[in-house]
Design a protein around this ligand. Structure first.
Ligand code: NOJ
Length: 733
């Protein structure tokens, strides 16, 4: 007891000390900013709020005059240092620049696209990927990444689904926090960390018809319940900055949206970092039609709470005059500049504005980074089907036909936003297969057709290769630019003639494995029905081919799970597992229910789905109490056993349903998950805690509460299977 007390006291003293010293640092920073602000002209203040993109030649004189606060898209320690020198040594006040870049899934070593990283269901791996990306980017002079993208995406047509954590809000929160912590490390002043930027605030992924930049019309309830929580999670994890989105919400573009950028962000969430606009999004309000000209756009954005204006120069052209003639208050400008300078101080840029150029040599694409890329890439692969245990392939096959436009492709598997990644450094699938060959297996590679384009391909070579092989592996999917920004698609099948290619190979009678590479869920009903083995590999990045070969030849047992539902047809979109029940759920067999006339309502592959080379059994669902009071917690647990012959990973998923609320509740909501590894025959008990965090929602008055009533839970391997139980929540006394 005494020992416990001593331990507790020591810990408390350490915490108090840390708190006091961080408060002192904060105070010191605020004092320095106050001193600096007092010296700044209004032009220099607005300069801090202005951002331009490399190449820098056209605005170098503005940097010299102290009229630019940040730049983007400049990399290379020496190049960045040279520009920084101009800001620090030649401008009047020597305020350092902050240099931003879209470091989305790796800097030079490219990891799986964020959707693919999420398919690992491993926040620790996702955090480490961001950590490595930060080390590489910072070595190359980057101080700030425009990531993580935390937009929830329920519509696979929207190309930017590839850049985030998929359709689920709970998952979005976990991955947002993991990525922010990975980028920012323990403290921003560490030269190996970079500032994070949660984006795009807000509801950008809810664009009508999945068209990028399109209109969003959304209730405040859905906004708060579905789209905002990952932003809050990123901010709570310490994100230094936030980017607003291109879209309007119910008539108000985000760049001029005071409700979002001030009322929610500052007043409710007390966010202390700075807000950057998206690329020209301030002046794009003229196109949206809520401002008449650039002056109005700049005034509205500044008034709403955009601190830094990205590239259109609207602040730099108009705000100075607006302040001078009393159209905009200087105190407000001071607050905004304070937020920007605060991040610069936190990053340590005033103490050391330069990047140690030696780090670039050791950090970028190091063997260690490549090894990690291979590991996370293999973890991201989802086995969608494996009839007759076609996979893993034996290493002593005589011959393999490797077919398809992505099989010997070093560019497209880099995925969207591949930053400083290079195609010539990417391991193709063909190379990955060659690296695995030990028993002289012959690999017949045939491209077969292009990724896109309707031109009739000559499929004879593919047929010949397949007929002479023990197995055909078809590597098909999307090009890197078919997802990401402006990568919306109205069709969700395989593009071009790739399906014809697969069908032709299938008709030879040789067993076929389909390896998919894509930036979004695809609608592949024919493949799902006819092809015995299917692997979803996303766009995996630099180590793509090695990771795919690891899985195909069984050195790694796949354990990834889908972070977004795969549709049967594009007409099912938007498609997400946590939908509402409606008054006519599709459970009865009558005509007048929530269904499609021409196809099932269920997805082709559901959220959370993925197979393994082994099998798992879930048993012994335990719920610690049949009833809890509001505010109390209970434990739920299950035993998971590896019932197959090889070691493997299972993701144990907890879903909850609140049966009746003051407003309707989704049919299921993810509230916990754990990726575990089990040896053959091994069992593990997996527990989750259920309490306020798992049960609260926005009630009829938009208060975030737990309501009494019956709750259902499921613990299982995906969102449609699992052991089912129930418990009651009653009012406390
Ligand atoms: C536009 C994109 O929407 C945003 O995500 C990105 O960070 C900026 N361009 C800067 O490249």
């Amino acid at each position: 007891m005494i020992q416990y007390f001593r331990f507790y006291t020591i810990i408390t003293v350490i915490f108090c000390f840390l708190n006091i010293s961080s408060a002192q640092t904060d105070r010191a920073i605020e004092d320095k900013i106050t001193t600096l602000l007092a010296k700044m002209t209004i032009e220099e203040k607005i300069g801090q709020m202005t951002q331009f993109s490399a190449p820098v030649d056209s605005f170098i004189d503005l940097i010299r005059a102290g009229l630019v606060g940040s730049i983007l898209n400049l990399t290379g320690a020496e190049r960045v240092n040279a520009i920084q020198k101009i800001a620090v040594e030649e401008s009047r006040l020597g305020i350092p620049l902050i240099n931003g870049r879209d470091v989305i899934h790796g800097f030079r070593t490219i990891f799986p696209i964020p959707l693919g990283e999420t398919a690992t269901w491993s926040p620790d791996f996702v955090k480490e990927a961001a950590r490595i990306a930060a080390r590489e980017a910072s070595a190359s002079g980057v101080h700030w990444t425009f990531a993580p993208m935390v937009d929830i995406a329920r519509d696979a047509r929207w190309g930017r689904i590839s850049e985030g954590a998929g359709e689920d809000t709970y998952m979005g929160k976990i991955m947002a926090a993991a990525r922010v912590k990975g980028f920012q490390g323990e403290k921003l002043s560490d030269p190996e960390t970079i500032a994070a930027c949660v984006k795009h605030f807000a509801a950008y992924g809810a664009a009508e018809a999945g068209k990028d930049y399109n209109t969003v019309d959304i209730s405040e309830r859905t906004l708060r319940e579905v789209y905002l929580p990952p932003f809050k999670a990123g901010i709570d994890a310490g994100a230094a900055t936030l980017m607003c989105s291109f879209n309007e919400i119910s008539g108000v573009p985000s760049s001029g949206n005071k409700f979002l950028l001030t009322d929610i962000l500052r007043s409710e969430w007390a966010f202390k970092g700075f807000v950057v606009s998206d690329w020209q999004s301030v002046t794009e309000m003229i196109n949206h039609g809520n401002v008449a000209d650039t002056l109005e756009a700049a005034l509205l954005a500044a008034e709403a709470g955009v601190d830094t204006e990205m590239v259109s120069g609207s602040y730099n052209k108009f705000l100075v005059q607006a302040v001078k003639n009393g159209q905009f208050p200087e105190e407000k400008i001071n607050e905004m500049v304070r937020r920007i300078l605060r991040v610069k101080f936190q990053l340590g840029l005033f103490d050391n504005p330069y990047t140690d150029s030696n780090r670039e040599k050791t950090e970028l694409l190091s063997d260690q980074n490549r090894r990690f890329a291979r590991e996370i890439s293999a973890k991201a692969i989802v086995l969608l089907k494996n009839e007759n245990e076609i996979l893993p392939l034996k290493k002593n096959l005589k011959s393999i036909a490797l077919i398809g436009p992505l099989a010997d492709n070093q560019l497209d598997p880099l995925g969207c936003w591949f930053c400083n990644g290079r195609a010539d450094e990417l391991v193709s699938v063909l190379q990955g297969f060659k690296n695995k060959i030990v028993y002289g297996t012959k690999i017949n590679y045939v491209k077969g057709c292009e990724i896109k384009g309707e031109e009739e391909p000559d499929l004879q070579e593919a047929v010949k290769a397949a007929m002479n092989a023990d197995v055909a592996v078809c590597v098909v999917g999307e090009s890197f630019d078919m997802s990401g920004e402006a990568g919306s698609r109205a069709r969700l099948g395989l593009p071009g003639r790739q399906l014809d290619l697969i069908k032709t190979v299938y008709e030879t009678g040789v067993p076929v494995v389909v390896v998919l590479m894509n930036g979004r869920p695809l609608a592949i009903p024919w493949i799902a029905e006819n092809i015995p083995a299917i692997l979803e590999t996303w766009h995996l990045g630099t180590e793509c081919g090695n990771a795919i070969a690891d899985v195909i030849f069984g050195d790694v047992n796949p354990g990834g799970k889908l972070p977004a539902s795969f549709p049967r047809a594009v007409g099912q979109e938007p498609l997400y597992y946590n939908h509402k029940n409606t008054g006519r759920p599709p459970v009865q067999k009558t005509r007048f229910i929530t269904r499609y006339y021409d196809m099932p309502v269920e997805p082709l592959f559901p959220f959370g789905y993925g197979l393994s080379y082994t099998t798992f059994e879930f048993s012994d669902l335990q719920i610690s109490k049949p009833e809890i009071k509001i505010g109390e917690e209970l434990k739920v647990g299950v035993v998971v056993k590896n019932t197959g012959m090889v070691k493997g990973d299972e993701v144990v998923q907890l879903y909850i349903r609140d049966l009746k609320g003051s407003v309707t509740r989704p049919v299921k909501e993810l509230r916990g998950f754990k990726r575990i590894t089990l040896e053959p025959g091994e069992s593990k008990k997996i527990d989750f805690t259920v309490g306020k965090n798992e049960l609260s929602f926005y009630d009829i008055n938009l208060n975030y509460v737990v309501e009494p009533g019956e709750f259902h839970i499921w613990i299982g391997p995906n969102s449609t299977e699992g052991l089912h139980g129930r418990f009651q929540v009653v009012k406390g006394q």
